[in-house]
Design a protein around this ligand. Structure first.
Ligand SMILES: [Cu+2]
Length: 352
């Protein structure tokens, strides 16, 4: 017995030592990663980056070297439909909620040009969480209506980051839809998958506009109380339903870039009938496996990956379910292909 105890004790010590050694080296590697990205030289002439409206994402960076990129965004104040033919005054980056998806590689040197459309009433700017520097670029890019402002940054930390307008009052600018995602891919790129989609959750607080009959606009009292009328994927009820469902085929791997613009609520992101094989927690470098629901803070993100094993319609929700079933936070992934009855069989047993 004594010998057995000693063996278990020795084994425990060994495992503890290995684990602590591993965690030390991981930390060191991560520190060196941003240092390595900082040292990368982005050569050649600047190129205009491809940006996309949700649920589409730009092409992966693949194996290309670090380069110089130009990202052009326009801020606008426009009327759009929030739900059931109800118009709402959205404030946007590139006329969409969420704003355009930006995809860069670590080590890239990015010049961001922010033009505030001449039809705007207020100044706007951009704070990118992927930026290391004061305000994430907010002060540097503050532009009155009709003006343009620019700044440059080097993408030194890989991950999936939120960007948003940070002009005061900030909750109002975000609450009107001024947010989006920027992905900083690692050198060599993320592992290829069959399908990638861009989805952002936001909470919306509405009241009747005094400017135009029937039009809705931001309600500050409801925002302060954190009691939204709508919680939505991609800025519109039904944006991922019916003809707008995202799609995949049986056997394909799917990667979702999920963001939460807020301005207030934390999301409990879940896909009914799927288990996430991989989740890049909070959009960072820690990858967890076999996750049912992942928490996405306001101003945060997650990358989720899974393989589609059987056909059907899979419902995307914030698992704070009143938001899904009463406030609009619901979407669908349609998977087509052959059934696999080993994985799932819908045969029901009837009792006489
Ligand atoms: Cu703004």
């Amino acid at each position: 017995m004594k010998h057995k105890h000693l063996t278990i004790y020795t084994a425990t010590l060994l495992i503890t030592a290995l684990l602590s050694c591993n965690s030390t080296s991981t930390t060191k590697q991560e520190t060196n990663s941003s240092e390595a990205a900082l040292a990368m030289v982005a050569e050649g002439n600047p190129e205009v980056a491809e940006v996309t409206a949700a649920p589409k994402v730009p092409a992966p960076v693949g194996t290309r070297a670090a380069k110089k990129l130009i990202v052009n965004l326009v801020t606008t104040e426009i009327e759009g439909i929030i739900a059931d033919s109800i118009p709402y005054t959205f404030w946007t980056f590139n006329n969409t909620v969420p704003g355009s998806f930006i995809r860069v590689r670590e080590g890239d040197e990015v010049t961001l040009n922010l033009k505030n459309d001449a039809s705007s009433i207020l100044p706007h700017n951009i704070d990118l969480h992927a930026v290391t520097g004061p305000g994430g670029g907010a002060a540097a890019t503050t532009a009155p209506p009709g003006k343009e402002a620019s700044f440059s940054f080097k993408a030194i930390n890989k991950g999936l980051y939120v960007y948003h307008c940070a002009a005061p009052p900030v909750p109002m600018h975000i609450g009107n839809g001024m947010y989006g995602l920027i992905l900083v891919e690692p050198a060599g790129g993320l592992k290829p998958v069959d399908r990638e989609y861009y989805i952002m959750q936001g909470d919306f607080y509405t009241k009747a506009s005094v400017v135009k009959k029937g039009l809705m606009e931001f309600d500050n009292d409801k925002a302060v109380a954190e009691n939204p009328d709508y919680v939505l994927f991609n800025g519109k009820k039904g944006s991922l339903l019916g003809a707008n469902m995202i799609e995949a085929k049986v056997g394909e791997t799917v990667r979702l870039f999920i963001g939460n613009g807020g301005p207030n609520l934390t999301s409990s992101f879940h896909v009914i009938g799927e288990i996430f094989d991989n989740v890049y927690l909070e959009g960072g470098s820690t990858v967890s496996h076999n996750i049912q629901t992942t928490m996405i803070p306001a101003g945060g993100s997650a990358i989720v990956e899974f393989k589609c094993d059987v056909p059907g319609e899979y419902v995307l929700v914030d698992h704070s379910l009143s938001r899904a079933f009463n406030k609009g936070c619901i979407g669908k992934l349609k998977v087509t292909g052959e059934p696999n009855e080993k994985v799932f069989s819908a045969k029901t047993l009837t009792k006489e």
